[in-house]
Design a protein around this ligand. Structure first.
Ligand code: FBP
Length: 542
């Protein structure tokens, strides 16, 4: 086969499991805890989920119930949104629960994301297929997709599909939007007399789907370890060559959770955090000056190299940039030619000044690289190059004034896709598996609109606890595409949280000393193999 020796070993190795899921399914007792409302806009969210709002949180414990045989289960699984390491183990968890409950159970995998649910495109997952994907990275088992089941027709067709298949439940493996979608589907099914239950599992490398009951999303741990390995290696390279400033952009859409964790792991000279940029109202000029100040101070110590990390969402957190982009979109829509001269002439004074400050390549990108609606594609902007160019221009200005006499040579990297399908860490293998197992257990107990919740992660894996939390409890109202919608609130970097504080306390020292840390590749068999990430540990232990 195509598998390497390590992949083969991982597939056949046993995932470390919490004691609670080693019990037989019939020994699991469900205990109802307090009912939970919405994160915010309580009444408005409640009005949109008349059947499923205000459900109690539940915990699964080993109880003294009789060991009675469970009827066969029929469960569908769907992978939704961006890939994240551990997805296959969620499916393995669902599969193993259902088979342990009754060997005549059936597990179906919908293909290519929610599109497969709406259109009834699925495959049956048997022991052989499952065995081929255990502990492996990525979503290649079923494929994924970013479709949303939104319209009445899409919900009706999804309902017809799951009813036709006779599903007891559907497990949605996705991020904030996909789980919001799961809650909407659960409500729709409940309101329309469909017996299929819908439960979610928290997925995303971005680490922005978490709350007091969901300590982390699966995939984050493996992705940050993969990026940190690469960053650590680049750091040692630059320490040896003493030649370059490396600017590294890290995925994570809006949230800077990934960048922050990578900084804690590797101790770069600088790491920008979008949430802080926004909170302090920093503009491009200030960010440029901060980096230039660091370069000048390091140059004074004879250091002409360094490491700068930045989150992919940075630009959207700089208010002046958003204003500029909005005006560019309007100006282009009014038919002005997409040239630098024509745009400069058309912009209002403040935006014109920001535009003038940008490097030429970025100006052209803003004018020419547009989506099918004609809008600037902010996510496509290579922020690392943009900042390096504005810093280089600032350093030249300082050189002219005799304030900077050395060199500033740069290299660029962008890490994202290489972490989304990596072989999952022990943490992600166990966490994902436990999430899947829990989701199947919740469905077997007739629960719907809950997200699987695995807690006590500060303790050894064997001691983890499991349960379910109403998805609507995580929702608030947001204005999207001109409409108010209930959505799960994204967990951005908390500037008052322990992970950010740990970083903020140390960053001034990291800027000038080279205490780069190279964590190396993810370990499966040696010391530290069970270690999780620093963000989670700071959050759980302070
Ligand atoms: P999810 O929230 O769907 O898990 O997406 C994660 C992510 O990797 C982001 O970090 C990134 O911005 C985006 O997906 C990239 O998406 P695409 O795969 O469409 O290029």
């Amino acid at each position: 086969g195509a598998y390497s020796k390590l992949q083969q070993e991982r597939i056949s190795s046993k995932c470390i499991k919490p004691k609670i899921i080693m019990a037989s399914p019939s020994q699991l007792k469900m205990v109802e805890r307090e009912a939970l409302g919405a994160k915010d806009h309580h009444d408005r969210v409640k009005a949109l989920f008349p059947k499923t709002f205000g459900l109690p949180r539940v915990e699964l414990e080993i109880g003294a119930e009789a060991d009675t045989p469970h009827p066969p289960l029929k469960v569908g699984v769907v992978l939704s949104g961006g890939q994240a390491p551990g997805g296959h183990n969620v499916i393995a968890g669902v599969f193993d629960y259902a088979m342990k409950a009754n060997p005549d159970s059936k597990i179906y995998g919908f293909l290519n994301g929610p599109h497969g649910v709406m259109n009834g495109v699925y495959c049956e997952i048997d022991q052989d297929i499952m065995a081929y994907y255990r502990n492996t990275g990525g979503f290649d088992m079923l494929g994924s997709g970013r479709d949303k089941i939104e319209s009445e027709a899409q919900m009706a067709s999804s309902m017809a599909v799951v009813t036709g298949m006779g599903l007891d439940g559907l497990v949605v493996i996705g991020g904030d939007d996909s789980n919001t979608n799961a809650a909407i589907l659960a409500e729709y099914f409940a309101a329309n007399g469909c017996a299929t239950k819908v439960c979610g599992c928290p997925k995303t490398i971005d680490g922005d789907l978490k709350n007091e009951y969901i300590p982390i999303s699966f995939g984050f741990d493996t992705a940050v370890k993969t990026f940190s390995e690469e960053i650590g290696n680049v750091a040692l390279d630059t320490l040896a060559s003493q030649k370059y400033y490396h600017f590294i952009r890290l995925m994570g859409r809006a949230a800077s959770n990934i960048a922050l964790e990578c900084a804690l792991q590797t101790r770069p000279n600088m790491c920008l955090i979008s949430e802080e940029v926004e909170a302090k109202g920093m503009n491009l000029l200030q960010i440029t000056h901060d980096i230039a100040d660091m370069v000048v101070a390091r140059a004074a110590k004879g250091k002409h190299y360094g490491m700068v990390l930045l989150p992919e969402g940075l630009i959207e957190f700089i208010p002046e940039f958003n204003h500029l982009i909005a005006e560019i979109n309007n100006v282009l829509a009014s038919g002005v030619e997409p040239t630098i001269e024509a745009m400069s002439a058309a912009l209002t004074p403040t935006n014109k000044a920001v535009f003038a400050f940008l490097p030429k390549t970025i100006k052209l990108q803003l004018l020419l690289d547009r989506d099918p609606h004609g809008n600037v594609q902010v996510a496509m902007i290579e922020t690392e190059r943009m900042l390096a160019e504005t810093v280089a221009a600032e350093l030249e200005r300082r050189r002219g004034a005799g304030l900077f006499l050395s060199r500033f040579m740069t290299q660029f990297h962008s890490f994202g896709y290489e972490g989304r399908c990596a072989l999952p860490s022990h943490f992600d293998c166990s966490y994902s598996y436990t999430l899947g197992y829990t989701a199947a257990a919740l469905i077997a107990k007739g629960q719907s609109s809950l997200m699987a919740s695995v807690q006590n992660l500060q303790s050894p894996i064997e001691e983890w606890t499991i349960g379910g939390v109403p998805i609507t409890m995580m929702c608030h109202m947001e204005h999207r595409h001109g409409k108010d919608k209930p959505v799960i609130k994204k967990a951005l970097v908390d500037l008052e949280g322990a992970p950010f504080k740990a970083f903020a306390k140390r960053r001034a020292r990291w800027a000038q000393t080279d205490v780069y840390r190279a964590p190396g590749p993810i370990q499966f068999y040696s010391a530290g193999a069970r270690d999780t990430n620093m963000t989670l540990m700071y959050e759980l232990l302070g």
